[in-house]
Design a protein. Sequence first.
Length: 160
Amino acid sequence: MQEEVLSRSAGAELDQLFVPVGGGGLIAGACLAFEGSSTEIISVEPEGCCSMQASLAAGRVTAVEPGPTLADGLKPTRVGELNFAIAKERVSRAITVSDQEIGRAMVKLLLTTKTLVEPSGAAALAGAMREATKGARVGVILSGGNIAPATLSTLLATYG
């Protein structure tokens, strides 16, 4: 399944779209871009830093105390009000991924496609590697390239 997720072709209508979520701007934009389509939009956050998941469950913006994570770009205490208002109408589900899943996805992406993204940017791929429906046309939003060389070295040694 992991190779399938990495080899999807561009240009086809998507069955599922996995989006990393911090403050919610990227997923709100994805919701607007896919408005009127049947694409399932899936929010992906690191474990312990899941303000979108908590907000969707509560039906209102809910603050969380973010825990430690490799994906430090996805650690806001809450999602934005407007972002949430857009996302709550279109996001089908919110999932969380572990730092280990993020690290494996990041290294897999780097070694398979020679694409370097920061851990926050690899969160959606981690979610897709675990949760994508078999045979589905899957899209993954990858973002950011900020990573300390020492962190990258550690991830490559651990998961490479």
